[in-house]
Design a protein around this ligand. Structure first.
Ligand SMILES: [Zn+2]
Length: 317
């Protein structure tokens, strides 16, 4: 294990869930919240490839390393996993003790705020964009509700891959923001998303839909898919039981799959893409550790765009 002095963390929707009840997630109160974070090593066994003072980003899982999923390199499916801030103490703290394998080196010149947004939202988005059905140049991707943390990350990573990206969002501030980017923008408040998608894609539909909204957007997500297309979900903010539209699924040979987080190798690749300038996380706002409740309020604000950062301490270097 290693002891890490935390510099910054970020807020995720699961934190609000843990604040409100955490029902269904095995945990014992009192428990420190916060899933992802960046810090400096304070104490670590000799000879494990890191040194005291090194800056690191945390892979937010304590996984067993023995189950069939861990042995296959798929840590997010570990049957004994304990996620920081969900099953064990998390990162809204001055220090945290974590397994050495959770430490990924972070160069001194990398943005601390940007890096602290990667562990949950960007890692989840990475697997959605590059996982089972990897996207790339020539593909078209629809991101529903693109203002959210994971959705915004998916939009950036899909663009980085060379795919053409369409986003749905609403509200003047968000519409204006996305219209400045190199993406097609649909106002789901006033437009029929699937109809506009079909118009933009010459009647084909898109190859991949990223939908973390759930019940409200599900029908338009399915109708926006090209034949043989894929829908990937990692959230159900507006409800978890939409119509499955099974006929559409088999006639058009669509696939739907769920995704959450990513494995250590995906995390390393994500951190490398970030530190080499492939993308810069979108930061909505920054709150000090003492104001975590205000950060949660901001998370629910309709104008929020991108990640909310919790600043914990100054770097010693
Ligand atoms: Zn395991």
């Amino acid at each position: 294990m290693a002891r890490v002095r935390l510099l910054a963390a970020s807020v995720n929707r699961v934190d609000v869930y843990m604040r409100d009840s955490g029902a269904g997630i095995t945990h014992t109160l009192p428990q420190t919240m916060g899933v992802d974070g960046v810090g400096e090593i304070v104490e670590i066994p000799e000879g494990c490839g890191h040194a005291v003072g090194d800056r690191v980003i945390l892979y937010p899982y304590e996984f067993c390393g023995r189950c069939r999923y861990c042995l296959a390199g798929d840590q997010p499916l570990c049957t004994n996993a304990r996620i920081f801030g969900e099953h064990r103490d998390g990162t809204f703290a001055e220090e945290i003790v974590v397994p050495v394998v959770s430490l990924v080196p972070l160069p001194q010149d990398a943005s601390i705020h940007g890096a602290s947004a990667l562990g949950v939202a960007y890692l989840t988005a990475w697997r959605m964009v590059f996982g089972k059905t990897p996207t790339g140049p020539g593909d078209t991707v629809l991101v529903q509700g693109a203002g959210g943390g994971v959705s915004y990350a998916a939009m950036q990573l899909a663009k980085m891959s060379g795919a053409s990206v369409i986003v749905s969002t609403t509200g003047p501030a968000k519409l204006n923001h996305f219209r400045q980017l190199d993406v097609d923008v649909i106002d789901y408040g006033t437009e029929d998303v699937a109809k506009v998608v079909l118009r933009l894609t010459s009647g084909d539909g898109v190859d991949l839909v990223i939908d973390n909204i759930g019940e409200k957007t599900w029908p338009s997500s399915l109708r926006s898919l090209a034949r043989g297309g894929h829908l990937v979900t990692c959230g159900a903010t507006t409800g978890a039981h939409p119509s499955a539209d099974i006929q559409r699924l088999f006639v058009r040979q669509l696939s739907v799959h769920g995704s959450t987080m990513g494995n250590l190798e995906e995390f390393r690749r994500l951190v490398n893409a970030f530190t080499s300038g492939g993308f810069a996380p979108q930061i909505d706002s920054v709150f000090p550790l003492a104001e975590v409740p205000a950060a949660f309020e901001r998370l629910e604000h309709p104008d929020r765009l991108g990640k909310i950062i919790i600043e914990i301490a100054e770097s010693s270097k």
